[in-house]
Design a protein around this ligand. Sequence first.
Ligand code: DQA
Length: 145
Amino acid sequence: MKILVINGPNLNLLGEREPGIYGDQSYSALSEMVMDKADELGVKCEIFQSNHEGAIIDKLHSARKDFDGVVLNAGAYTHYSYAIRDAIAAIKIPVIEVHISNVFARDEFRKNSVIAPVCKGSISGFGFAGYLMAMDALAKYSQEA
Ligand code: DQA
């Protein structure tokens, strides 16, 4: 099994960015956690980050041939990118939406996810652990599928 983890805008600044909300661990610490989890699950994994909507869409398109599932933290694009929503709907592999913070406990605009209806499921509010939960879910889902 091959899992792709995509992180959207501003997540490269984890550790520096609003540590009260996102914690003080860096993006490379997150990447390390994700790769360790992949080893534990015995799956292959790639991590990708971009601050650009089109690059995220291109990555989702290319994932449809090379990966069995995607863990996606689309950052603020979650709340308004119909283009990313359409890209998720266009590919057949499962995509799990992840947010580090509890998006329902923050600003009004964060309570709406335009991508949630086309994702397999959503995880929000568990910090970096949310990525690991999503990887567990993908590994389990692929066995059931
Ligand atoms: C986020 C939540 C989004 O609302 C925000 O724009 C982010 C990060 C999270 O992981 O909690 O960039 O996706």
